[in-house]
Design a protein around this ligand. Structure first.
Ligand code: NAP
Length: 247
């Protein structure tokens, strides 16, 4: 087991990619705090799965776009686990519409969760990571942040912001035991992709050299690689997992 004795918090791990990441980390031996905003049943299910593997698991409800709420959650998790070694900033939303129809609320909501959320969660754990001279931060970006997309100006801007944040923080924290990386998935089979109309999905598949969408487990395995000792020499990277969509 590659992560025995490690503790992790995965934001947005009640479903989708975050759920797969939480389970993959636990499979490798980590104790896991399962963050969610409203899907308590989904988060409890993940906690149960992790406990069945013999690891510790805690529910960590918080709206990551809300700094005081995120701070409160971090205090609870640190009290429970004593320390957090691995932070996976995965929680994310979209609110798609063309820019001419995009109102300020849709802009703020997506930036608030996807970009402010990464700031908030990293801020509330980083001092403790620096104090122990060890930390692994992984931020979930997106191919959309790399290439842009029709109807996703808010989402693309948030993910490009997270990518730039990742590189800046990686530079600041290199040499202090903390690595900071990003993973940029392409189209992955979760509720987010299930919501795409069938015709659009067909057009997307035609553009993906591997001719299929990815799975949450394929993204989760990359997180394990980066946060285990296998990834010790990786920092400031943005790893693309997109079936060749961008090359
Ligand atoms: P998903 O299935 O829609 O799940 C989103 C998760 O984020 C849920 O656990 C949700 O919690 C949580 N969440 C949303 N807002 C939150 C908030 N304010 N505070 C705390 N948690 C919050 O999404 P996904 O497809 O797994 O995507 C996960 C990440 O990968 C996102 O950052 C997304 O942008 C990125 N990504 C996804 C794809 C894809 O194709 N699926 C591609 C590229 C990047 P609740 O269940 O409580 O609502």
């Amino acid at each position: 087991m590659k992560l025995k004795g490690r503790t992790a918090l995965v934001t947005g791990s009640s479903r989708g990619i975050g759920r797969a990441v939480a389970l993959a980390l636990a499979e490798e031996g980590a104790d896991v705090a399962v963050n969610y905003v409203s899907s308590e049943a989904g988060a409890r299910d993940v906690v149960d799965h992790v406990r069945k593997m013999g690891r510790k698991a805690v529910l960590a409800q918080a709206d990551v776009s809300d700094y005081p709420d995120t701070f409160r959650m971090a205090q609870d998790v640190l009290r429970e686990f004593g320390h957090v070694d691995i932070l996976v900033n995965n929680a994310g939303i979209n609110s798609d519409t063309t820019f001419s129809k995009m109102n300020h609320a849709a802009w703020r909501k997506v930036l608030g969760t996807n970009l402010d959320g990464v700031f908030n969660c990293t801020k509330v754990f980083i001092d403790q990571m620096l104090g122990q001279n060890y930390g692994r931060v992984v931020n979930m970006t997106s191919v959309i942040g790399q290439i842009g997309n029709f109807g996703q100006a808010n989402y693309a801007a948030s993910k490009a912001g997270v990518a730039a944040f990742t590189k800046s923080l990686a530079k600041e924290l290199a040499g202090r035991g903390v690595t900071v990386n990003a993973i940029a998935p392409g189209f992955i089979e979760t509720e987010m992709v299930a919501a795409i109309p069938e015709k659009v999905k067909e057009r997307l598949l035609a553009q993906i050299p591997l001719k299929r969408f990815g799975t949450a487990e394929e993204v989760a395995r990359a997180v394990v690689y980066i946060v285990s000792s296998d990834g010790d020499y990786i920092t400031g990277a943005e790893l693309s997992i997109n079936g060749g969509l961008l090359m």
